[in-house]
Structures are given as structure tokens and as C-alpha cells.
Design a protein around this ligand. Structure first.
Ligand code: 3UK
Length: 542
């Protein structure tokens, strides 16, 4: 096995072997050749096999609707690889920052970097200069490909980023922009012959506290992710048209909206604006068949679907947060579709516990995806019995490798990846999410998972959204506190507080009911749609 990396930074900053998780490669799907470039497998392969005219990626660029075939995307990625190598002096192993909302050009940039043996580092479009500086510094990023509309924030960051020497902008007619340089290059490129164990991707976690963590993934990991959840659970077909909201900088979006459709020769729609207001119209316009987004987005879309033709949809994937049973129900009533829920993480690259449509169980995430094993353990690492709440531990062909980070010891213990989630396994072997382990509420000696209370509140017809956290309390230690956003046309008040409290008490053990309820116009969320419970907790403390 020969690494192609001339710049050995990634290899030099892997966690020591004894701190890495155990990797499992059982079965013929998970055997990979020693030399492997995932761009060859996901993109060039189709052109080589005579399928270059198949539709690959659609979207908008500067107001123009694009429809690229596999051959088109390959040509664009090849030109970008040439610009990186020939004009910007990229050598294999260099890190390249990618910045932009989802678009065909951003996808071409990802493949351009990976073809050239570089390491793609995505960044959420809303990141500010301070956060960009942290990422560039941590990953010692040398190059950036950046949407011209996001140029300012990166320019501000660059002042504090001595490693970042070359920045090119795309989506610009400028003579020294990426497109102008691409136009001067032939559409061919020989992909760098990377090892399956060369890093091709560093994904930063959207950490809520402290420095962001960079997770390193190899060419092999990308192909392994494609061989597990999409092949065994999603089971999409080459004629499927994928669409959705998660940014390509988030591995949920990278896999669900780029790697997985391409792995099977299907096509993807990359829309810049995929909010719940905009997505239904896009689904109708592109006749999309597979939708990938977060639970809250489905909940908001369910209310707006009338008036849009969503009849093309056949599979809907939810991840990023627990999927409440009420949201599954709303979506099924609106579309007839049973959603596919799955838990994944940036560290694991993609989804490792899930279920298909036929095995969906409201309120449960599912079972270990083929290729992965999972268990629920206590604080000493001992497996627990069904029904007991403990820490989720997983192993499979992908796993956590933090870039030079002490926190590796927390995520990986005894070869298992510990995701930080509290789970139980029910009598039938389904994994049921409780809370993030550090989000568990302890009230009067009881352990209460906020999401369970949220799931009940969401069943109430007047509740649009809610977040439940522990608020400090003199006698009980903590009390359950709910922050509630009401549906249009309902007014907050003491009477409604009592109504919601009684509603919860009638559905689950009364000790779990929210002793405090506060009404809000909106809830704090990350760019990936996750509820920021730490913000609510901070407010509950104040
Ligand atoms: C939570 C879920 C319950 C859970 C992700 C799919 O979310 C992703 O990655 P992140 O690193 O966060 C990981 C954490 O998010 N979570 C995600 N999905 C679910 N909780 N049910 C779910 N279905 O706390 C997990 O540890 O941002 C999701 C694919 C790729 C991803 N990166």
C-alpha cells in the first residue's frame, strides 16, 4: 500500500493506533484494493462504463438552471483539479477549504480536490471569520475555493491564517476567478493514485463548546459508507433524483446528497436555498424522488405541502436529531410516505443505526446498519440489559479519528466509538434514543430525557416546535422546563400552560411533565437544524 501524499500532515496527525477505534470489514462489500481514489469510483467509473450521458447533478448557478451529466461533472472536476495542481501548486495531501452553499460547482470542487489527491475541508456557509480561522489553523489549510458571495468573511479570516496562501473564487465572471481559469484547461485529468488509507476529507464537528474537532476520513471510509447504509437500508435506484437541505460541509449532506446518489449512478439536485419554505417547490420542479433533511424541516414542510406537487417523492430520510413519532405521523398523513430515520455522526461519517420503510417503529431509531455493531453500555463499559438506559457504543468500517485532539480518548474507548448519546434497546432489539448523555435531566432523583417530553408535546395540536431542558431547582436539583413555539392562531397564557401540562401527564409518567413552560417565537438552532439545548439551558439558569 503506497500513500500518494507528498504532504504528510494528515498521516502525521492521526490519533495513535491504540486510541483508534476497532474497524470491522466483514463481507465482500467491504474489501477494497490497496490503491483507491474514491473520485474514480464515484464519478469517472460511470463515464468509463459508457454511462457518461446519464444525468448527474442539477441546480442553479447565477440564475441559470444547470443539468450536468456524469461526463459534464467529470470535465468540470478535471479542470478544477488542473487549476489546483498547475496554477495553484497543490501537492497531494494539501488541505483545501471549500466554501459555498450547495451547488453543482461546489460538488465539482469537492471532486476536483479529491482527484488531485488533496483533502477536502468543507465549511458551513454561515461560519464567521473567527470560526474559519480556527478551522484553517487546525487543519493547516493551504488553499481555498470559495463562492464569491462569501469572499468577505474568508478575506477577514485570511489575515490571521498564515498557512492559507491561495484563495480562488467561483460563481464569478472575474478574469482571475475559478471559472475563467477552468476555461483555459483541458477536460482531462489523471486522478492521483492514492492509497485506500490516505485521508481525503476532514469534516469539522459543529461543536457547541470549545474548539471545533476535525474528523479524518480516508478514501476507503467514503466507499465503506456508500456500501453500508445506502445499499442495505435506503436502497435507492439509478433513476432516483435526490434532493434535500443539509450542506455538503456536513457529512449528512455530503453523503446523502452527493456520494450516495453518485455511488449508484443516480442524480442529485443541489439547491442553495432548501428551507422548508423553498424545498416543496423544488421537489415539484425537479420531480425529486428521495428527500434528505432534518426532522424539524419535515415538520415545517408537512404544513406547507398543500399547493405543491410532491407526488414524485418515494423515499424520505430524516437524521441529525431524533425523529419524534408525531413528526413521522404528520409526514405520513401529508405524503403517505413512511420516513427512514437514521442516526449518524461526523465522527462515524454517516448513518450506523437505522431502519427501512417496512421496519419503521415510531419513536425508535432502528437497528445496527449491516456492517456495524452496536450496544448500550454502563459507565464501566459493561453491556446493559434491554430496557436499561446507557451509553451508545458502535463499531464498523468507519470510525472516529480526530485530527490532533485529546478528545479522542472520550469518543473512543476500548475500541468502541461512544457517540455521547443515551439509548436503550427495547425487547425487540430496536434502539430507542433518550437524549445526549450530557442533556439528561435529573429531577427529584429521576432521569428524564428531554426529547421524550418534546415528543409528547409535539402531539398537541397547538404546538409547532418545542425544546425541553433541565432548569435548576432548590429542592429537586432540576425541574423539567419546556420552551414552546405555538402554531399560528394560538395565544400563550396560564390556561394553555395547564392544558399542556395535563396533556403530558396523561401520556407519560407524571414525574416527567414540564413544571415550567415558557412560550417563544422561535428556538435556537444550528445551521444543521439541531436544537441548541445548551442555549436553552443557559437561559433556564438565568
Ligand atoms: C444526533 C441523532 C437521534 C446524535 C449526522 C447523519 O447528525 C449528524 O452528525 P453530527 O456530528 O451529530 C451527531 C449527533 O446527532 N443525531 C443524529 N441523528 C440522529 N439523534 N436520532 C437521529 N436520527 O446525538 C448524534 O450523536 O452533527 C447524521 C449522517 C451524518 C451525520 N454527520
Amino acid at each position: 500500500m503506497t500513500s500518494a501524499h507528498v504532504d504528510t500532515f494528515a498521516h502525521d496527525h492521526l490519533p495513535p493506533l491504540e486510541l483508534q477505534p476497532e474497524f470491522l470489514f466483514d463481507g465482500p462489500d467491504l474489501q477494497f484494493p490497496a490503491q483507491l481514489n474514491c473520485a474514480t469510483e464515484l464519478l469517472d467509473r460511470w463515464v468509463t462504463q459508457g454511462q457518461g450521458d446519464r444525468l448527474c447533478v442539477q441546480g442553479m448557478a447565477q440564475g441559470v438552471r444547470l443539468r450536468w451529466t456524469y461526463r459534464d461533472l467529470q470535465a468540470q472536476a478535471n479542470r478544477i483539479a488542473r487549476v489546483l495542481v498547475e496554477d495553484l501548486g497543490l501537492v497531494p495531501g494539501n488541505r483545501v477549504l471549500l466554501r459555498g452553499a450547495n451547488s453543482p460547482m461546489l460538488a465539482a470542487c469537492w471532486f476536483g480536490v479529491v482527484k488531485a489527491g488533496g483533502i477536502a475541508v468543507g465549511s458551513m456557509p454561515l461560519l464567521r471569520a473567527r470560526e474559519l480561522t480556527q478551522i484553517v489553523t487546525k487543519a493547516e489549510i493551504s488553499h481555498a475555493l470559495c463562492d464569491a458571495r462569501l469572499a468577505d468573511e474568508l478575506a477577514q479570516a485570511q489575515a490571521g491564517c498564515p498557512t492559507l496562501k491561495r484563495v480562488l473564487h467561483f460563481h464569478t465572471p472575474s478574469a482571475d476567478g475559478l471559472e475563467a481559469r477552468m476555461a483555459a484547461k483541458p477536460a482531462t485529468f489523471d486522478n492521483v493514485d492514492t492509497s485506500r488509507d490516505d485521508t481525503c476529507l476532514i469534516a469539522f464537528t459543529s461543536g457547541t463548546t470549545g474548539q471545533p474537532k476535525g474528523t479524518m476520513h480516508f478514501h476507503r471510509d467514503v466507499m465503506a459508507a456508500c456500501a453500508c447504509w445506502p445499499r442495505h437500508v435506503l436502497r435507492a435506484s439509478p433513476d432516483d433524483v435526490f434532493i434535500g437541505s443539509p450542506p455538503l460541509a456536513f457529512t449528512f449532506g455530503l453523503g446523502g446528497l452527493l456520494l450516495f446518489p453518485l455511488a449508484i449512478g443516480a442524480s442529485t439536485v443541489l439547491v442553495e436555498k432548501a428551507t422548508p419554505d423553498a424545498l416543496p417547490a423544488a421537489i415539484a420542479a425537479y420531480r425529486a424522488t428521495v428527500c434528505v433533511t432534518a426532522p424539524t424541516s419535515y415538520r415545517a414542510m408537512a404544513a406547507q405541502l398543500a399547493g405543491h406537487d410532491a407526488s414524485s417523492l418515494r423515499k424520505c430520510v430524516s437524521a441529525g436529531e431524533a425523529l419524534p413519532a408525531a413528526t413521522r405521523r404528520l409526514w405520513k398523513d401529508a405524503t403517505g410516505i413512511e420516513m427512514i430515520d437514521g442516526i449518524g455522526s461526523t465522527e462515524m461519517l454517516h448513518i450506523f443505526i437505522s431502519h427501512d420503510e417496512a421496519h419503521a417503529r415510531p419513536g425508535a431509531t432502528g437497528t445496527a446498519v449491516p456492517g456495524y455493531v452496536a450496544r448500550v453500555i454502563d459507565d464501566a463499559g459493561r453491556p446493559l440489559q434491554p430496557g436499561q438506559i446507557g451509553r451508545l457504543a458502535v463499531k464498523g468500517p468507519t470510525g472516529c479519528r480526530y485530527l490532533a485532539d485529546e478528545r479522542q480518548r472520550q469518543y473512543v474507548q476500548d475500541g468502541w466509538n461512544l457517540t455521547g448519546d443515551a439509548y436503550l434497546v427495547d425487547e425487540d432489539g430496536y434502539y430507542v434514543y433518550q437524549a445526549r448523555t450530557d442533556d439528561m435531566i435529573v429531577s427529584g432523583g429521576y432521569n428524564i430525557g428531554g426529547p421524550e417530553v418534546e415528543a409528547v408535546l409535539l402531539l398537541h395540536p397547538k404546538v409547532a416546535e418545542c425544546g425541553v431542558v433541565g432548569a435548576p431547582h432548590a429542592e429537586r436539583g432540576q425541574i423539567v422546563k419546556a420552551y414552546v413555539v405555538l402554531r399560528a392562531g394560538h395565544a400563550p397564557g396560564d390556561e394553555l400552560v395547564r392544558e399542556l401540562q395535563d396533556f403530558v401527564k396523561a401520556q407519560i409518567a407524571p414525574y416527567k411533565y414540564p413544571r415550567a413552560i415558557e412560550f417563544r417565537d422561535a428556538l435556537p438552532r444550528t445551521e444543521t437544524g439541531k436544537l441548541q439545548r445548551f442555549v436553552l439551558r443557559r437561559e433556564a439558569r438565568a
